[in-house]
Structures are given as structure tokens and as C-alpha cells.
Design a binder for this molecule. Sequence first.
Ligand code: MEV
Length: 336
Amino acid sequence: MLAKPITSGEKSKYLHVFGLLGDSMGHGHGYGKVIIFGEHFVVHGLPSIVCAIGMRTTATVSRIRRKNFSGFEVEDLRPETPGYKKEKEAQMYRSISLMCEYCGIDLTRTPIKITFAGDLVAASGIGASAAACTAFARAVNEEFNLGFNDEKINEVAYEGEKGYHGTPSGVDNTASTFGGCLVFLKGPPPKFERVKMPTKVEIVMGNTGLTANTQKVVEEVKALMKTQPEKTKKIFEEADGLIREGRICLESCDYRRAGELMNRNHELLQELGVSCKELDLLVNIARENGAWGAKLTGTGRGGYMVALTPGKECQEKVARAIENAGFTVLKTTIGV
Ligand code: MEV
């Protein structure tokens, strides 16, 4: 009987088992993201408009062959908002354990080293945890020849997000995995469509330098919905219409109206109690310096805000004003 030819993936698996191959490595990446409309509302079933940004986290996964070592070790080389990594360390470890379990990787038999790097700042509001989860899912898929497609990578990353958020909507890992600009609806099963933006448009993201606890802020919104059902119902009804109109504006390049809707989205989030004085300050600086609209993005209570700044000149002016106030910025584009 003829032996079945083995694939290069299988070959490396066998060579590893017999300890004959030098250390191989799985690689992966995940994009950062910016939510233009609908954070928090998305947790409760409303749509959200999210765009991947050009910055990403990378991960490499390699086997540890030290005697008596089991589990995993992490080297985290990502740039960060001071204190972010320390604050999120326990969540990251929980997240990695959840993903390994989901992928069926027995860390007592195959301990691993994970290195995170890339140009995405580890900070709140920019999808840092989702980017790390997606990058890890891709790297582990490569190292262990799991044969996952993007849908499965997204599922693994969603499992990992549970280590950070508890009950994530899935919007961040979906943007991190698939890239582009999406309208996302929480599952099960989660659904998303591409937002067809005909042109690129400049944005500025300003960093408050504060790290937020998503799980806690999401819980607080849930509590508010219980204690003030009438008030929150009105906020949610308005948000629903606003997010849907926001998509139409982005698809028709009506950035004036999109900016107005972002401003209103920020007010609705303030009413939910998820903004803070630093976010409000940066939003005001952006508006006073020519942004067409500005709002917090992501969890709130710190992290990033986003300003819509069509044209290089507008983008530069807003970015400089935020920097002059002592904060760091990212200048990027959304669309196409
Ligand atoms: C996402 O970046 C922020 C929240 O909407 C939580 C979630 O969607 O899981 C607040």
C-alpha cells in the first residue's frame, strides 16, 4: 500500500513530536478599531458601526521545551498607555487560558511562549484586547496547524474577549479579524455587513491616558437600565435611529451630518453616564478646532475619543490642539 503523502504542516508536527526540528513559530495579527456609532448600545442588541484602523498587534507562539515547565509565558512588547498592561495582566492570562481551552491545546503537554508586539497602543477604547486575542488566535492556529478560517479565528478571539469583558458583544474581535468598516449586530449568531464608504476620511483619536474597566462600565449601564427604565428606553430609541442614519451618511459621504450624529451619540453616552471629564474635554477641544463631530469611542470613562476631521488640514489642526493640551493622538483614516 502506498503511504499517503504528508503535508508540510504534518511533517513539522511529527518532527516536533520527536524533537528533531528547531523551534518553529506561529505568527498572527489583529487590527485595532474605532467605534463610530453605537458602543454600549450594541451590548443590548442595537447595531454598531465599527472600523478597523491601520495599527495592529502581532503575536508569535512558540513551544517551550524546558523540563518541568507547564502552561504559558507572555512577553508583552506592545507600546502602552502607562499602567495599562499591569492593570489588564490578570485579564490577559484568563483570556489566553480560555482561548487555549477552546482550541483544545493541552498546555501541560505543550507549553508555549507568546510574544505580543506591533504598533497598536495597548490602551482602552482602541480594541487592544480584541487585537491581542485575534493575533493570538491566528498565531496558535499556525503553530498547531489547526486549519481555522477567519470565522473560526473570530470565534476563538471572542472566547478570549470574555477573559477581559465577561460578556462582550463581539464587535471588537469582529473588526479586528475581518478589518474594514462594518455594521455589527450581536449574536447569537453575530451578524455583520460591510459599510460601503466610497472614500477615505481622516479621523483623529485622542487618548485620555486613563484605563477603563469595560466589564464594570457595562454592568453600570445595565444597572441604570433597571433603575431608570423610562429614561434609558428613550435614549436607546434615539440611539437606534441615529446609528442607522449614521451608516447612510458614511455610505453617501455626508460627513457634515455624520459629524452631527457623532456629537449627539456622545451626548447620549453622557446620559448613560459612561463619559468622564477628560473625554468631554478632548471632545470639546476637537469641536472647537474644526472637527465635524466628536465623541468618546469604546467603553468610555477614559481611553480614546474620536473626531471626524475631513481633509489633512482639519486633521492636523485638531491633532495639534489635543497635543497642545498635553494628550497623545493617533491620526488615521476610515473607509475604503
Ligand atoms: C466595545 O469596544 C465597548 C462596549 O460596547 C462593550 C462591547 O461591545 O462588548 C462598551
